[in-house]
Every structure is written in C-alpha cells, then in structure tokens.
Design a protein around this ligand. Structure first.
Ligand code: FAD
Length: 544
C-alpha cells in the first residue's frame, strides 16, 4: 500500500514537496494537502504593487493540488499525536497519516510600535497612502526599518529604493529617507559584493544608512534605537517579526518554529517532517523553503522505498541583485509584462534565476500562469550575481539574542545570575511522560523542568505547558516531554548580569530561564528571585 503523506500547508514549501513527491515517489506515496486558505499567494511582487509595477498573483489551491497529484482538504492543523500518527484539525476532526510534513509557514506580527508594518499584499493600500502623503507634503522624513530577528530583509530595501526612485521621478528632492537595520552591513547575507553594491545604490538614490542598531518604536516623531540613539522620522515602514502557528504536540521554539535535522525531520518525532518558514532556520525565503521541501521529500520518498539517495538541505541563496541599470526587456519580465515601463521607473532589486522559486514549483506555476520561463542569466549591466552558501551556525548567530545590549553599561561589576540561580534544576529526558514529570515537579515544588539529551539542554517544560497538554486531553502516561516542551530555549550563563537576564525575561514574558555552561544545563533562574536581586535601572530593552 502507498505511504500516506499528509502535507499541512498550501504555500511554497507544501506545493514544492507535493510536486517532488509525485516525481520521486515512484507511485509509492499518496499525498493529501491540508490548508485553511483556498488560494496560493505568490508574494514576491507585493513590494512592487504600491508603485503599480507588479501584481501579486494568486491561484486556486485545490486546482494546484490536484494538478500536483494530491488531494486537498480544507482546514488548519491544530495538533499532532505523533505516537498515534494522527493530525488534529481546526474542524475538530482527525486525519490519520503515515508521514506528516508540516509546512504551515509563519505569520507576521508588528515588531516596531508606531510603524507601518509591511506584511505583503494586505498593506499595499497603506503604502500607497504613505506615498500620497509624501507627495502632498505632509510627510518629509521616512525611515525604512528591519526589526531585530528578521534575516530576510530584502523587501524593505526594495521598498526604500522604489520610494526613492518614485520621488525622484516626481522631482521631489527634499524628502529624507533612511534605512535602519541591525545588520552589520546592508544585505550582509548576500555576501560582500552584494552588500557593497546595495550600499552604493542606497547612496546614489540619496538614502541614508544606519547599521548595527535595533529600531524599537516610533514615539512623537522619533524612532528609538537600541543600544542608544534616536532618528527623527514622521513615518516608519517596518518589516514584521515572524512567528510560527502554535500546533499542539510539536516541539516548537518560543517563536513557534520547529527545529529539524538536515533532512527536515523534526527532532525525535518519528515520521514528522517540516519545511519552510515554520522551521527554525532563520532565513524566511521562498527559495530556501523550496530547498527544504526538496530535502524532506527525498527522505520521505526514500523511506517509502524509492530508489534514491536523499541529499541533505544545503541552503544556497541564488539570484541577481539588480542595481537599476538593466535594459527594458528585463524589467518588462520582472513586472510580468504588464505594460510599458520607462527607463527611470523603480524596479525590484532581486531577480531569482526562476521567476517563481522552487525546482519543481517554478515550471509548474509558470505553466499555470501562462508565462514563459525567464532567461536563466539575464545580462543586466550593473547586476551582481549572488550565489551564497549559507552556513547554519553563522545565520543562526545573526538572530541570537545579544545580551550585552540589555546590560546597563554602568552596572558593570554588579550582580550576576550565579548569585540567584537555583543550582539543582529538575532535569528530565525528552522521552519521559508528562505524568512522570508532573509528579516530579510537584514533589520538588518547582514550576519548570529542563529537558536534557545526552547532557545537552534541548528544551524547557513549564507548568504552563502541562496545563496546555492536559487541557487538550492528552493521556499523562502516553504524551512525551519532547512533544510539549519549548525547544531550543533562550538561555543565559551564570556570568550574565542579572539586569540583562531580567530584561530578557520581561521582554519575552518568561518566568523561568535555563542557565547553561556551554550547552550543559547548570541551573534555573526564577523571575521573582531575579527581580528581587536586580539593582538599578533596567530597561534599555532588547528591542524585541
Ligand atoms: C512581502 C513579501 C515579499 C517576499 N519576497 C520574496 C522574494 O522575493 N523571494 C522569495 O524567495 N521569498 C519572498 N518572500 C518570502 C516567501 O513568501 C516565504 O518565505 C515563503 O512563502 C515560505 O513558504 P512556506 O511554504 O513556508 O510558507 P507560506 O508560503 O507562507 O505558506 C504557508 C501555508 O500554510 C498554510 N497554513 C497556515 N497555518 C496552517 C495550519 N495550521 N494548518 C495548515 N496549513 C496552514 C497557509 O494558509 C499557507 O497556505 C516574501 C514574503 C513577503 C511577505
């Protein structure tokens, strides 16, 4: 009998995986797709919409699923019983599977209070209104900002550059534009040549640049920055912070992301895979989502008996950075052939090698949209080719919480976590049952347990998680810690200044913080003890 694969999601990763499974599965897999939306949205051109230079396309999802050889069910994945191989849905029904691939994406949440958060097509009109206000002379200073934690920052650069070109065409020279980012170099992810090209482009278009700071909030015409400083701004346009949807029974990080191995398998859960924005890989980009989906599909097909050697996920950013001097025909392609585009018009900055990302998805959607495949390597003057192999450790480092930002520089020599932490944390194993751990927590009168695997901290389970699990009617002697813990928790070391730890706990809403030595759990810090001990001013903030 065919292996029944349930794909939760109807976006880039889900469709790419369905297509890859059809191709690689050799008839050994059947695929069902589960998604709450009836449409597939192709979003990259969302940044061009406010300038009338491109249109976000959408397709009927059930039609796409059928054409990809999958059946389609409407609904949202709300929980997983990994042991029983059951997926629970928002419609209070359950779907039985052999293999589950979670590709539910990530949702945008505002990251900078007071800013216009640009989430995609939903904000086209608000961006248009801002342009009108600038033209009417009501707005003279605009900051485009990348919040802390966003690694795919390209859309905000495109919005800033398009705004500059739009204003230049209308001969509005006195509007101040600034791009503010925590990145060390603009679009640093794209490598040195790409970053330098973007820096020059910003300069040419008269956009000021401020790097290495976290924009926090817009208050009374001032954009507040961490660790210090402000920028005068009438309006701020910000990228959102992304969060994975909460799904019961899966080990998610505090942001709702799923840690997976190089083949997309969710750590420790048999036959549960994940791909795309919902994984804890920090670069939330369509090309990367498709590469993850391919790696997972190869593993699933191989496990089903297909004759192939599954290749691990090897993230590569591939494409061209356009610097604004490309010939007309190319820009015509970018805008979907929608009308004539003048030489001076603003244009998207990024040109992926295929118009629609994904090894299988690109030709598939191209066929549906009735467009020819774009030229593989357009010879655009001034374009910078990008082919960067991303190193997971380096990319994760870009979003790691940097505690020095939270510490009060004047508090040097003050109290550290070592003075207040409890040094005998309750340690549990990922395969322990919730019933066992609840009993240990009660006996030890503690509200949290640190989950350790081969001596390494992999999660934290709190009384809140237990409540959530028991409210979902799981069986205490069947549900495992791994399925309900917060994975890859935020940690501090014993040497962390206490004020920094308190800031961290307050910003995230944590009551318990694991203390580690290297990756080994050595203690727990409770909010109450920590705040009692903390002295002086807390509150520079992390800019979360
Ligand atoms: C403005 C903007 C511009 C972008 N530009 C580019 C670009 O130029 N190039 C690029 O490569 N990428 C770009 N991206 C990023 C790209 O869109 C995402 O990285 C990509 O779509 C991620 O694919 P995914 O399948 O993980 O998630 P998505 O494509 O977001 O799909 C998630 C799917 O899961 C469904 N879902 C949600 N919750 C559940 C649930 N509980 N159960 C079942 N299904 C669920 C959703 O309905 C949706 O169908 C851009 C994004 C934005 C917002």
């Amino acid at each position: 009998m065919a292996t029944r694969v349930l794909i939760a999601g109807g976006g880039v990763a889900a469709l790419e995986a369905a297509l890859a499974l059809r191709k690689l599965g050799e008839g050994r897999v059947s695929v069902e797709m589960l998604a709450p939306e009836s449409q597939f949205w192709y979003r990259p051109l969302a940044v061009a919409e406010p300038f009338d230079l491109g249109e976000v396309k959408h397709f009927d999802l059930a039609e796409l699923a059928t054409a990809a050889g999958a059946s389609f069910s409407s609904g949202a994945l709300s929980g997983v019983d990994a042991g029983g191989r059951l997926a629970h849905t928002s419609a209070a029904s359950s779907i039985s599977y052999d293999v589950l691939l979670v590709a539910c994406g990530a949702g945008p949440t505002p990251a900078v209070p007071g800013a216009l958060t640009f989430r995609g097509p939903a904000d086209t009109e608000r961006m248009r209104t801002l342009l009108e206000e600038i033209l009417a002379g009501q707005v003279g200073r605009v900051a485009f900002v990348v919040p802390w934690g966003a690694v795919w920052s390209l859309p905000i650069y495109e919005l800033a550059l398009m705004t500059a070109a739009y204003l230049a065409e209308r001969e509005l020279a006195d509007v101040e534009l600034v791009l503010v980012t925590p990145e060390e170099a603009p679009l640093g992810l794209f490598g040195r040549a790409g970053s330098e090209a973007v820096r020059q482009l910003l300069e040419e278009r008269g956009i000021a640049l401020r790097t290495g700071v976290r924009p926090v909030e817009l208050v009374e015409g001032e954009l507040r920055l961490v660790p210090e400083g402000t920028i005068a701004a009438d309006r701020v346009v910000a990228l959102p912070r992304l969060r994975g949807p909460r799904i019961d029974g899966l080990p998610q990080t505090v942001e709702g992301f799923l840690p997976v191995d190089a083949h997309g398998q969710v750590h420790g859960l048999a036959d549960v895979f994940a791909a795309g924005d919902i994984t804890s890989f920090p670069v939330k980009q369509g090309g990367i989502a498709a590469q993850q989906a391919d790696a997972a599909a190869e593993m699933i097909a191989a496990n089903a008996g297909a004759d192939l050697t599954p290749q691990p996920f090897r993230p590569v950013l591939r494409g061209l950075l356009l610097t604004g001097r490309q010939p007309r025909y190319l820009r015509h392609e970018i805008t979907g052939g929608g009308g004539d585009v003048s030489e001076a018009s603003p244009e998207p900055l990024w040109w992926p090698p295929a118009k629609i990302v994904g090894r299988y998805l690109a030709p598939f959607l191209g066929y549906f949209a009735g467009v020819e495949s774009p030229p593989e390597a357009p010879a655009a003057p001034g374009a910078v080719p990008v082919e960067v192999e991303l190193e997971a450790a380096q990319v994760h480092g870009l979003v790691a919480v940097r505690l020095e930002l939270a510490a009060d520089p004047e508090a040097e020599g003050g109290a550290t976590v070592s003075e207040v932490m409890s040094t005998d944390p309750l340690l549990v194993a990922p395969e322990d049952t919730l019933g066992e751990v609840a009993e240990k927590m009660r006996a030890g009168d503690t509200g949290s347990a640190l989950v350790s695997d081969y001596g390494r901290l992999i999660g934290i389970l709190t009384s809140r998680d237990l409540l959530r699990a028991f409210a979902g009617r799981v069986h205490p002697s069947e549900a495992r810690v791994r399925e309900w813990m917060t994975a890859e928790p935020v940690t501090v070391s014993a040497a962390t200044p206490i004020e920094a730890a308190v800031t961290l706990m307050t910003e995230y809403g944590f009551h318990h913080l694991p203390v580690v030595d290297d990756e080994r759990p050595v203690g727990t810090l409770g909010l109450r003890q920590a705040t009692r001990q903390a002295r002086g001013r807390i509150g520079i903030g992390l800019g979360l």
